[in-house]
Design a binder for this molecule. Structure first.
Ligand SMILES: [Zn+2]
Ligand SMILES: [Zn+2]
Length: 250
């Protein structure tokens, strides 16, 4: 069965020793020969160095999805566009106009999102949710359900996972990325765990801005199903069969 691979290339938490950690998030999602980058971290230099050490060539990416416009997610944007001007960039339509215009001049195309868009077969954006800071996540169809990847999750990680579930019509299998829960109380963390489990989530991998306490409480709650994420951590999931068929027909 074909696999969908995800490699975190930028994060606050360490994974592989040779890679740099920094505040921000970026993750490469690969389906066969095709790859997309989700967010770009805060520093283009760190992003490109980490990708190089992981053998991931920016020129091989076909799309870039930006979750929201904070610097720790779009800081590496220029560096990525310098390496690859053939990218299709998916960015929330509410991004600053000057930024959209700038990217439009430098990328192959820009898709302004507010509703889900297919980025690769089996990889889609969620709705853009806006509770002050507009943000989208992406989700991947796997054999076990959908895997949701969040940038900072300012609108709420449960809300973004719920949006992904509604768009896909499938159970959530795992939720990974920044959960924006630094400073959350144990009670608040428990409520989020409950919310994610109601959506079907069996696994979680909080990183970036999730907060150390969130990681601890979720590590205990999910036990062996907890996913320890850091820079360079490779994750793979069996591709959903319908997507595998769709993919091999291309
Ligand atoms: Zn943010
Ligand atoms: Zn962030």
């Amino acid at each position: 069965m074909a696999e969908i691979e995800m490699v975190v290339v930028y994060d606050n938490y360490p994974g592989k020793k040779t890679l740099q950690t920094a505040h921000g998030f970026a993750c490469v999602v690969r389906a066969g020969e095709r790859a997309v980058l989700f967010d770009t971290g805060g520093s283009g230099q760190i992003l490109l160095e980490n990708m190089e050490k992981l053998g991931l060539d920016p020129a091989g990416l076909e799309a870039l999805v930006l979750s929201h416009s904070h610097w720790d997610h779009v800081g590496g944007l220029n560096a990525v566009l310098e390496q690859n001007a053939e990218l299709t960039v998916y960015m929330p339509a509410v991004f600053p106009r000057s930024l959209i215009k700038d990217v439009r001049q430098r990328a192959r195309s820009v898709i302004q999102t507010d509703r889900p868009h297919e980025v690769l077969p089996g990889v889609r954006t969620t709705d853009v949710l806006d509770q002050g800071i507009a943000e989208q996540a992406i989700y991947v169809e796997t054999a076990q359900g959908i895997v949701v990847l969040t940038g900072c999750a300012h609108p709420g990680v449960v809300q973004l996972a719920r949006s992904a579930k509604a768009a896909s019509g499938r159970e959530v299998h795992a939720v990974l990325g920044g959960f924006h829960m630094a400073g959350a109380s144990v009670r608040e963390i428990d409520l989020v765990i409950d919310g994610l489990r109601r959506l079907g989530a069996q696994r979680v991998g909080p990183c970036h801005c999730s907060g150390e306490k969130t990681r601890q409480v979720m590590r205990e709650a999910f036990g062996p199903a907890y996913i320890e994420i850091g820079v360079g951590a490779p994750l793979s999931f069996a591709q959903a069969q319908s997507q595998e068929t769709a993919h091999s027909e291309n």
